[in-house]
Every structure is written in C-alpha cells, then in structure tokens.
Design a protein around this ligand. Structure first.
Ligand SMILES: Cc1cc2nc3c(=O)[nH]c(=O)nc-3n(C[C@H](O)[C@H](O)[C@H](O)COP(=O)(O)OP(=O)(O)OC[C@H]3O[C@@H](n4cnc5c(N)ncnc54)[C@H](O)[C@@H]3O)c2cc1C
Length: 388
C-alpha cells in the first residue's frame, strides 16, 4: 500500500490488488515506529494520522522474571515523534488507502487474488488474478510482490528462498481490557517463555510465545492449565482468562524468518515479507516493509513515469535494502535463540539476564535499542517526486 501510495503520488499509474474484502485481520502487528511517523511527516500526513485512535509509547518496558525492566527509551530520538504509535494495522491501511485514492492514477482492487504471473520472453509482464466476477489479467511495466510471507508472487517466480530456523510459534488471542490495567509493555518474559499484550483500546491482543511444534502438547494439558499459564505471567488477567473457553479462540501463528536470494527478475520486484519474512521479535516487520516501499519509490518512481525499468534498476533496490534486512533478521534470530528460549532467559526464578541488568543500571544504554527498534539501520526518507 505504501509503495502504491508513493508511486501514485509521483503520477505513476498503480493498481494495488488485495485478496481480502477488507484489512481487518487479527494477526497483524500494530506498531508504527518513529521512522514511519517521520515518513508521515515528510508526506504531510502526520497531523491527520495522529488524529486516528492510537496509543503512544515513549518508553518500552519488559517484565522479566517478575521484574519490570525499562528496555528502550525513545524520548531522545532525532525524530519529530519520539514514541511508537500503536494502531491496528487495518486502521493504518485504511488511512493510507483513503489518501492514496485521492491520486488520479491510484486504483485499489479488493477481493482480487493474484494466482499467477504473466510472462513474455522470460519477462514478467503482469499478473492473473481471481475476482468475484471471474478471472482477470492485469498487465504492468512492473509487478511489485508485496503479498506477505506466504507470497504467491515469489513462489510463481520460483525465487530461491533461504529459511532460517525459528524455534518459536505464537498463540494469538483476545482478552478484554479494563481501565485500571497496567500500561503496554514489550512483554512478560520468564524462563524462555514470553507473553506479549498489544493494547487494542477495548481489548488486549495477546501473543503467547511457545516452542515450535508444542501446540498439541499444550492442548493436551487442557484449557484450564493454559489459562493458568497466562495468569502466571500477567496476574491482572485472572478472572478474564476464562473468556478463552474454546480452543477455536486461540489461533496458532507459525513464525518464519526467511529471505529471497534474488528479490527481482525482469519485470518483477519483491519487497516486505514477500522478500524477507520477519518474526514478531522487536515488532519491526511493518516498518521494514515500509522502508522497502520508500526505497522502491525513491529509486524507481521517476523511471517508471517513463516506462518499464531494467533488472539493474530493480537490483539497486535489493542492494539498498538487503543489509538492513540481514542485520534485523540476525538480531531476531539472536533474540529467539538466546533471549526467548535460550541461555539468557534467566536461571533462577527472580534472576535478571545480564543484558537486562545492564539496561536497568545504565539508562543511557536504553537509547541503543530505541534507535534499533525505532529507526532501524538505514532509515529511508521520501525522495520520490510528487506529481502535484
Ligand atoms: C504473530 C505476528 C505478530 C507480528 N507483530 C508485529 C508488530 O507488532 N509490529 C511489526 O512491525 N511487525 C509485526 N510482525 C511482522 C509483520 O506482520 C510483517 O513483517 C509485515 O506485516 C510485513 O508487511 P507486508 O506488507 O510485507 O506483508 P503483509 O502485512 O503480510 O501484507 C500482505 C498483504 O497481501 C495480501 N495478499 C497475500 N497474498 C495475496 C495474493 N495472492 N493476492 C492479493 N493479495 C494478497 C494479504 O491479504 C495482505 O493484506 C508480526 C508478525 C507475526 C507473525
């Protein structure tokens, strides 16, 4: 959507295809980071954006083995917004698409699912899609595969994908919220287990991190035990966990971290999770996908105004975005292996892993995770032209 917005803003004719009828799905993250808020400012959208319902988090805290630890302090970031905005991703996408629709060259086709690529002489020339009224072929100078971690586009292009083993999965569910509940934290860590609560205004979106493949075992222990497990992390949810009275209310999300070797071929470029699936660790995937979109528009918009772009142009996008992606994925893999499930998860009931002790003792260190999470390596700025 962001790539579509920016290209249409530059006067390039764009069709964004979305297979669902709306953007309302639970299993999306909610974090809009300072780097993305800065882009909103550069696009002149920030004031209106901040009028949408959201929560602002200036300091990120975690509860580690029962102790509250400040992890990241965003208040010193060199950005206009020194906080993470928590906004359900469907609100964000509706906001962006409503603005994109104001550009005459922008089209959004909902309920239009890409099922295949159109090829001519080994160049991708468009897509085949299904709609409610039958199949459709759409031709394009460039197809941008931004269809997420189960990407049809990269599969149909037969792009080579490297999978980096992830030892965790996430159970995803809703629990109601009360006014006097504690404020949003990074999560509740204890001995290799983690519960994340996302504040969705009138309910908590709860992510319970489990070792990969253990859902059946957890189910076999029964719902009552699972409810107790949640309460053992976040005691204030006692009395509400009974809302989880059926396993159908608890969804298993398989976490992946992977990356394409080549993000492009003639006529096709993959970005976001389609090029590099991100884990929820650090809550950075949305923002990284947006950075890819901004780099794509910066490097290609002017050329696309004139017609098709060459493979060399597409490679410059990958070259620009690959190392920040590698760095963040490396950090996510480290967090999975060491902080969530491994040695740094703490030995005794109350002990704090060394990294968290450092963050507690030296407040200045909290600016490092703030920069890494809030801005990320190589933050992009809007350089693509505005036709208006
Ligand atoms: C459990 C979980 C929690 C997460 N929490 C966070 C978080 O809090 N913060 C964060 O920054 N990141 C989070 N992430 C990572 C984040 O969700 C992704 O990195 C990010 O959504 C990637 O954006 P994207 O636009 O590339 O793909 P997506 O957000 O997956 O968007 C792809 C879109 O393409 C559509 N689509 C798919 N296939 C087709 C098709 N064939 N035809 C047409 N449309 C199609 C989909 O419906 C979807 O709308 C989380 C990930 C997981 C698994």
């Amino acid at each position: 959507m962001m790539a579509g917005y920016l290209l249409a803003r530059a006067g390039v004719p764009v069709a964004v295809l979305e297979k669902h009828a709306d953007f309302n799905r639970d299993f999306r993250g909610d974090t809009i980071h300072p780097s993305t808020l800065e882009l909103m400012y550069e696009l002149g959208l920030l004031d209106e954006f901040l009028k949408q319902p959201h929560q602002e988090l200036r300091e990120l805290r975690a509860v580690v083995n029962g102790q509250v630890v400040p992890v990241a302090d965003f208040r010193k970031l060199p950005t206009r917004c020194k906080f993470i905005a928590f906004m359900p991703q469907w609100d964000f996408l509706n906001f962006l698409s409503n603005h994109a629709k104001r550009f005459p060259t922008f089209q959004l086709h909902m309920e239009t699912e890409v099922i295949d690529l159109l090829m001519e002489d080994s160049r991708v020339t468009g897509v085949r899609a299904t709609t409610r009224s039958g199949e459709l072929e759409i031709r394009a100078d460039l197809v941008i595969g931004a269809d997420g971690r189960h990407s049809t586009v990269h599969t149909r292009a037969r792009f080579k994908l490297s999978e980096f083993g992830v030892p965790i999965d996430v159970l995803w569910m809703r629990i109601s919220k009360k006014q006097d509940d504690p404020k949003q934290t990074l999560g509740f860590f204890r001995h290799g287990k983690l519960v994340v609560l996302l504040d969705r205004d009138d309910y908590w979106q709860c992510g319970f991190v489990i070792p990969k493949g253990q859902f059946d075992e957890i189910k076999a222990r029964g719902l009552a035990q699972f409810q107790n497990d949640i309460v053992s992390f976040a005691g204030f949810l006692r009395g509400r966990v009974s809302e989880l009275d059926d396993w159908s209310k608890i969804k298993l999300l398989t976490v992946q971290v992977n990356r394409l070797t080549n993000w492009c071929c003639e006529g096709l470029l993959c970005i976001g999770d389609s090029a590099h699936a991100m884990s929820p660790a650090g809550g950075v995937g949305i923002n990284l996908a947006i950075q890819d979109a901004v780099a794509t528009a910066n490097l290609l918009a002017e050329k696309l105004q004139r017609g098709p772009v060459h493979i060399g142009d597409l490679r410059t996008v990958q070259a620009r975005r690959e190392w920040p992606t590698r760095l963040i994925q490396g950090m996510q893999i480290f967090i999975h292996r060491r902080v969530v499930t491994g040695r740094m998860s703490g030995e005794t009931k109350t002990s704090l892993p060394f990294v968290f002790r450092l963050l507690k003792w030296f407040p200045i260190l909290r600016q490092l995770p703030a920069r890494f999470i809030g801005l990320g390596p190589r933050p992009e700025h809007v350089r693509s032209p505005s036709a208006a």
